[in-house]
Design a protein around this ligand. Structure first.
Ligand SMILES: Cc1cc2nc3c(=O)[nH]c(=O)nc-3n(C[C@H](O)[C@H](O)[C@H](O)COP(=O)(O)OP(=O)(O)OC[C@H]3O[C@@H](n4cnc5c(N)ncnc54)[C@H](O)[C@@H]3O)c2cc1C
Ligand code: SF4
Ligand code: SF4
Length: 485
């Protein structure tokens, strides 16, 4: 008998709900009065509603776009099922700085969320915060059986902390050398209306059972020679030096009183030190540090006029759109297509001379080349200039034999596989954001572990479950390949 010709009904594709559950936000006029939190948490109910918008894509674009392969699809599924403990566990399993990242990550995952095609992507980062707020998040990471080898990590920013965690859960002993008295790297310059020291403290508290020790105020290369570390009982070294110094504009007047490097400004505010600011403040730059500077200046000098000067257009600003929007809401004045020429005024700054800029055709990187228009100079009156045009590395005492590459954004890294340097056993790594630095460190430790395992006569295994469960790290179902921006 012939088989029935009736095909089974096709499953109905899930309908996309394009409207995000609004993230509660402090009113701009209120929040600029101090450093109170700008974004508030979802309630449990709001979180569940938002999680239910996720269609649980078969191919997890969001996970592929996350530099640390956080299984966000899974924690969203668990929140939708009201299993907040399960969601917190998934979050912490993949992300040792989760309490920090749920506040400051630039959420690359959301850029690739399929819901963005029809409306606003799932609030993946904010749902991580809900997982930790309502699920059990006071867990402790569990080390594997000790390997009997110690690794030196230099630098306690996100790359160094991720390397320490990856090594610690694999059973290595780790000593983290940090030149500053505090652990955190550039995360310590992020203003407290976005994240607090307590967020980072809660993340590091979960490291308590790992064999990770911190040697603060020890500048490797100056206080401790790099070459010495390998002879001092360390089996390998990870240099996670980041970009602790600020870049300058190279224009006349930069040495005047009233000109402040953004990094020093944000660090001082973070440390609770007083920073003299005027009433007409100009910030130069278009990145995230510039956004933090304008918004911090507003809070530190109530009633002051704060102006951002940027040489390209708004659409070309490298800053996170959320931060630009926040600054606009807070009444920061934006001046686009203006290039700084000179800072004037003696003994105190009285103005910034700028030249208008024409944008030419896109360069190799797709960005339009700014060309200053001769004769278009004007002076913007101001008494304070904050320079936020980037950061750079400080490599004093780093041996030339490492043959480090300096990336366009300033951090040093090794040129080999997994960021290995030319010196066997020494790796160098960093990244353009917290989670990118962590992702790079993840790759480095995989390579480093393989290197040390081969020296022990074996081979490396995937990262064990850092929370003591039976399943080692594996990619989630449907994962194809990483998406990196
Ligand atoms: C103001 C500001 C705001 C930012 N906001 C965000 C944000 O919201 N979200 C985001 O994702 N990213 C943000 N970033 C970027 C992010 O902080 C960096 O990309 C990230 O910290 C880089 O991590 P890292 O570990 O490579 O380097 P770093 O964070 O620079 O850490 C390097 C560490 O190494 C130490 N060190 C350097 N040399 C030595 C030495 N010789 N011996 C011992 N220790 C040494 C340094 O003191 C530092 O602690 C921000 C950056 C700034 C400046
Ligand atoms: S760490 Fe950042 S990119 Fe990764 S899932 Fe979380 S918010 Fe998204
Ligand atoms: S891409 Fe968006 S909709 Fe798809 S699984 Fe990830 S969060 Fe859910």
């Amino acid at each position: 008998m012939a088989a029935s010709a009736t095909a089974p009904p096709k499953p109905t594709p899930p309908k996309l709900n394009p409207v995000r559950v609004p993230i509660p936000e402090e009113a701009p006029a209120v929040r600029v009065q101090d450093f109170r939190t700008v974004l508030h948490a979802y309630s449990r109910e709001e979180a569940v509603l938002e999680a239910k918008r996720c269609i649980q894509c078969r191919r997890p674009w969001c996970v592929e776009a996350c530099p640390i392969t956080q299984d966000c699809r899974e924690y969203i599924r668990l929140i939708a099922a009201e299993d907040f403990d399960g969601a917190a566990r998934v979050t912490l399993r993949d992300d040792p700085l989760a309490t920090t990242l749920c506040k400051v990550c630039y959420h690359y995952c959301e850029d690739y969320c399929v819901v963005a095609k029809k409306g606003v992507p799932i609030a993946i980062r904010h749902l991580k915060r809900a997982a930790l707020d309502y699920g059990r998040s006071d867990l402790a990471y569990v080390p594997s059986a000790p390997k009997g080898q110690r690794v030196a990590v230099v630098g306690a920013g996100p790359a160094g902390l991720m390397a320490a965690w990856e090594l610690g859960v694999r059973g290595y002993g780790v000593t983290v050398f940090e030149r500053e008295p505090e652990v955190g790297g550039l995360m310590l310059t992020i203003p407290s209306y976005r994240m607090t020291d307590d967020d980072l403290r809660r993340d590091l508290e979960r490291f308590r059972d790992l064999d990770v020790r911190f040697e603060r105020s020890n500048r490797v290369g100056v206080d401790t020679p790099v070459e010495g570390l390998l002879h001092d009982g360390y089996a390998a070294v990870v240099l996670a030096l980041g970009t602790p110094a600020h870049r300058t504009l190279g224009i006349p007047g930069e040495e005047l009183p009233g000109v402040v490097p953004a990094l020093g400004f944000l660090k001082a505010v973070h440390a609770g030190e007083s920073v003299p600011l005027g009433r007409e403040i100009v910030v130069i730059g278009g990145g995230d540090v510039a956004m933090d500077s304008v918004r911090t200046a507003l809070r530190k000098s109530p009633g002051a006029r704060v102006t951002l000067v940027y040489r390209r257009e708004r659409a070309e600003m490298p800053a996170d759109a959320e931060e630009v929007h926040g600054a606009e809401q807070e009444q920061v004045r934006f001046l686009f297509r203006k290039a700084p020429v000179e800072i004037v005024g003696r003994p105190q700054v009285t103005g910034l001379v700028v030249r208008s800029v024409e944008l030419g055709p896109p360069d190799a990187g797709g960005r339009r080349t700014p060309t200053p228009v001769v004769g278009s100079e004007e002076t913007i009156p101001c008494d304070t200039v904050i320079v936020a045009v980037g950061q750079k590395a400080e490599l004093d005492g780093m041996p030339a034999a490492l043959d480090l590459k300096i990336t366009s954004q300033g951090w040093p890294e090794g040129k080999g596989q997994g960021h290995a340097t030319s010196t066997p056993g020494v790796f160098a790594v960093g990244g353009k954001s917290v989670v990118y630095a962590m992702g790079a460190a993840m790759e480095t430790v995989a390579e480093l572990d393989a290197y040390l395992a081969s020296k022990r006569g074996g081979s490396a295994a995937p990262r064990p479950d850092p929370l003591g469960g039976p399943n080692p790290f594996h990619l989630p179902p449907g994962y194809t390949s990483p998406i990196r921006g």
